[in-house]
Design a protein around this ligand. Structure first.
Ligand code: SIN
Length: 290
């Protein structure tokens, strides 16, 4: 391991441990994710508990809540404690415009989200976070996990020379690239935006790598060939470094809340021909901070 990689890991793994008073928070890996217990998301959550959930979210970026029995209204109420609800885009043909139904039919050819991405990065103001509640899993042992990757650490483990090259750059995020193979409604305006390639988390100011394979199409300051090579290198770094990753195994009634500003996720489609169902509610974010 290079000295700068060791330094990045030491900084992440020696964070002070917060003393939670209203709930329990167990780390899932040294670098990403925690399981939160002692909270019932179907009820109005007291402010003290919400504050501790916010603290845990800032520290771990992915929070896993098990054994929750939630109506759509409970799910939306919990999400709206963290910001304005985000309309599903492209809008669903029917049903609640804030609820994305996740439904893998038996023997589906592919599933949405089966590749590394963060939600909505082609928008001028991408999503703050998403909450996915899974109600039906493939048969036990048949897969359907979701993987997550820490983009702070992805940036911090790069060499100083690579970080200096990336710091001043921007990247184009193109909704058309992510929609490939899917025809949106005729009146849908496909989003496309340019964001800092190295962003800062709006709450902690910590830097992070802000490119993802589903949406990011081009680094405009570079030639076409240089842009392709550098993006492919960064995508390979995100996918190919298990140390950045967390893998969540679902059980029915699990809700996972992740931070789209500093985490990417990948819905692993390894459960053909089984089914999997749930629903996702997302929260609006702001402009990407450079
Ligand atoms: C997604 O938000 O990309 C879906 C994640 C999943 O189904 O696990």
């Amino acid at each position: 391991m290079e000295s700068y990689e060791r330094a990045a890991l030491e900084a992440v793994t020696t964070h002070p441990v917060h003393d939670y008073r209203t709930l329990s928070v167990e780390r899932l890996t040294p670098v990403l994710g925690a399981e939160v217990s002692g909270v019932d998301l179907s009820r109005e959550i007291p402010d003290a508990q919400l504050d501790e959930i916010r603290t845990a979210f800032r520290a771990h970026h992915v929070l896993v809540f098990r054994d929750q029995a939630l109506t759509v209204e409970d799910h939306k109420r919990f999400a709206s404690a963290f910001g304005e609800l985000r309309a599903v885009s492209p809008p669903p043909p029917e049903g609640d415009p804030y609820v994305l139904e996740i439904r893998t039919a038996s023997a589906a050819a592919n599933v949405a989200g089966n590749g590394w991405h963060a939600d909505g990065t082609a928008d001028v103001e991408p999503s703050l976070g998403s909450m996915l509640y899974i109600t039906e899993i493939p048969e036990p042992g048949s897969g359907g996990d979701t993987m997550f990757a820490n983009m702070h650490l992805a940036y911090e483990m790069l060499s100083p020379a690579m970080r200096s090259l990336l710091d001043p750059l921007t990247a184009v995020h193109d909704g058309a690239q992510a929609l490939a193979g899917y025809t949106p409604p005729a009146d849908y305006v496909i989003p496309k935006s340019e964001h800092p390639l190295v962003a800062r988390h709006p709450e902690t100011d910590r830097r992070l790598l802000y490119v993802n394979k589903a949406y990011t199409s081009r680094i405009p300051q570079l030639s076409e060939q240089e842009s392709r090579a550098l993006l492919d290198l960064l995508f390979d770094t995100i996918a190919g470094r298990p140390i950045l990753h967390l893998r969540v195994r679902w059980t029915p009634g699990t809700l996972v809340f992740w931070d789209n500003r500093c985490v990417q996720h990948h819905a692993v489609y390894d459960y053909y021909p089984h089914t999997r169902c749930g629903r996702r509610v997302a929260i609006n974010g702001g402009p990407v901070k450079g």
